[in-house]
Design a protein. Structure first.
Lengths: 115, 116
């Protein structure tokens, strides 16, 4: 079946530090990959996505590259801000078979950025 | 444009009581999803609707959970009777339903349920 594994959290950084949150996946075929973010008190929001190998998704200074050879989709940002403090979820959709339309999420990584 | 609306935002009930959650998707979105999010974990799909048809309910515990989307717009998820282990956040999401399996799903703020 499909599964997503994220690096253990929480992650605590100082403002302007470099961020990496690791994400690896297991899936058959060619899934689409996503990063969702959940700010305190709010619903999940799509941060970025990539639909095929070597695609790079980017948004709000965040980037992630779909690496099929390593089955990874690591999230990076060059300089984090206090406002980036949130929970980040890596997820995939596998369009085939019974998984159609079903987002499979990792367990989430809590990011806290201090001034 | 209004987002996905869920109510109530919080609910506290005693075990064995019934509870219902309501979701109104983004206008024009044909596909509606209910997800369950346990503390410290990612959401897990319970049921997916395309218009009024439940096309994937394989993860819905049908002995106590039920859902409906009678007119293909808003939806209700019900638990009867609730158990202590049902304490979690219940998320509703919607998508256009025309752009393929990986189209963006838009999530509501969720209903946080506490069963005592």
């Amino acid at each position: 079946g499909n599964s997503v594994t994220q690096m253990e959290g929480p992650v605590t950084l100082s403002e302007e530090a470099f961020l990496t949150i690791n994400c690896t996946y297991t899936a058959t075929g060619y899934p689409s990959l996503f990063w969702y973010v959940q700010y305190p008190g709010e619903g999940l929001q799509l941060l970025l996505k990539a639909t095929k190998a070597d695609d790079k998704g980017s948004n709000k200074g965040f980037e992630a590259t779909y690496r099929k050879e390593t089955t990874s989709f690591h999230l990076e940002k060059g300089s984090v801000q206090v406002s980036d403090s949130a929970v980040y979820f890596c997820a995939l959709i596998n369009a085939g078979g019974t998984s159609y339309g079903k987002l499979t999420f990792g367990q989430g990584t809590i990011l806290t950025v201090h001034p | 444009e209004a987002g996905v609306v869920q109510s109530p935002r919080y609910k506290i009930i005693e075990k064995k009581q019934p509870v219902a959650f309501w979701c109104n998707p983004i206008s024009g979105h044909n596909t509606l999803y209910w997800y369950l999010q346990n503390l410290g974990q990612g959401p897990e799909l319970l049921i997916r609707y395309e218009n009024e048809e439940a096309v994937d309910d394989s993860q819905l515990p049908k002995d106590r959970f039920s859902a409906e989307r009678l007119k293909g717009v808003d939806s209700t998820l019900k638990i009867q009777p609730a158990e202590l282990g049902d304490s979690a956040v219940y998320l509703c999401a919607s998508s256009l339903g025309i752009a393929g399996a990986d189209e963006t799903q838009y999530f509501g703020p969720g209903t946080r349920l506490l069963v005592l």
